[in-house]
Design a protein around this ligand. Structure first.
Ligand code: SF4
Length: 353
């Protein structure tokens, strides 16, 4: 689904979660004035398009804006829906700003998708992050939206203070129970000027290393695939304000999503190739061209590690292979079936870089 984003950083938000710097993550420092929003929508949305996609108001707590402001923004977007240029409207907000009257207001104004910052389903972690709501509040909000026919996206932040690998998986499994339509997963990073930075500098918070974050997010992605749960984003989108000191600490990487997908491929290929350890004759694995980048890994790290195991390993691309499938000696394997092998050994094998 194509999204035409309008960023309203911190707009409407009465909170200061310990990790949050919306201005840096959205690279917007104030909410644009309505004429500016209008002209940027006009630039983004093609007049002769298919009418697919949603106008999305991101970065703030939409449902806590003054009602007149919500109404003005939604009416602006509704003009595009009425003309058949987009299919709907999306907003992002907090779980505790989705009471029945707020959901009813959204549906009355043709909002089709709501993205909720859930972050965690562990009340201790939510408290430590200063979120100001508990897990049951998120579950109730999702239920209300689903009953109203609104699609729901949940954002999770593994690695918050008090969090752990187990907590991240617990939060993910709880998110599945709420049955959202999609997830975003952002491992916690430390932004300058936040309370989290102060905790980190005082030695009261240890961010995950990049390797740890990739590993747990690979576990999470594997579970999402098993539950057919779409993940529309893994890691922060790279914007200029995140470069050169924009992140004080933590597992930020401009290609985080690729690192995670490559880690899954590494695990799958380890399953397949381990029996061939130290075989030096050419060993050909045919893969789909679309998967080759993830299979080789960022800066070819996967292939180098795999070749240290099987020196004769060669990857060839094949146009007749479906994505996420590979063949070895005319036998076809798929990524998911390989990942389901020997799950108990997986974590041990994957922490390799
Ligand atoms: S509720 Fe959202 S916008 Fe407000 S401080 Fe927390 S993360 Fe930032």
């Amino acid at each position: 689904m194509q999204v035409f984003p309008v960023f309203l950083p911190h707009h409407g938000c009465p909170h200061r979660c310990c990790f949050c710097d919306q201005r840096r993550t959205t690279q917007r420092f104030s909410a644009p004035a309505p004429p500016r929003i209008e002209s940027s929508l006009a630039d983004m949305i093609p007049e002769d398009g298919q009418g697919e996609g949603e106008i999305a108001f991101y970065g703030g707590t939409f449902t806590l804006l003054p009602l007149a402001e919500q109404e003005a923004l939604l009416n602006l977007a509704l003009g595009y829906v009425d003309r058949g240029l987009v299919s709907g409207i999306r907003v992002s907000t907090r779980p505790d700003a989705l009471e029945a009257h707020q959901v009813e207001f959204l549906t009355r104004h043709a909002v089709t998708t709501v993205e909720i910052g859930a972050q965690s389903f562990d009340d201790r972690v939510l408290k430590a992050a200063g979120r100001g709501h508990d897990a049951s509040c998120t579950l109730d909000a999702v239920e209300r939206l689903r009953k109203s026919g609104v699609k729901v996206g949940l954002q999770l932040m593994p690695g918050l203070p008090g969090g752990s690998f187990d907590e991240a998986l617990f939060s993910l499994l709880t998110a599945f129970e709420a049955r959202p339509d999609f997830l975003r997963i952002y491992p916690t990073v430390v932004f300058p000027g936040t309370e989290l930075e102060s905790l980190w500098r005082r030695g009261l918070y240890r961010p995950w290393s990049l390797n740890e974050a990739v590993d747990i997010c690979a576990d999470m992605l594997k579970e999402c695939r098993r539950h057919s749960m779409p993940v529309i984003r893994l890691g922060l989108q790279q914007v200029a304000s995140l470069e050169h000191g924009g992140v004080a600490a933590g597992p930020h990487h401009p290609a985080f999503g690729q690192l995670v997908r490559s880690r899954l491929w590494f695990r799958a290929l380890m399953r397949l190739l381990s029996p061939l350890k130290n075989k030096v004759q050419p060993f050909r694995v045919r893969v789909s061209k679309a998967d080759l980048g993830d299979i080789l890994g960022h800066r070819r790290t996967n292939i180098e590690k795999l070749r240290s195991l099987v020196p004769g390993l060669v990857f060839e691309t094949s146009s007749d292979l479906r994505r996420e499938h590979l063949t070895v000696a005319d036998q076809v394997f798929c990524l998911d079936s390989l990942l389901q092998r020997n799950p108990k050994e997986e974590r041990h094998e994957s922490i390799c870089g």
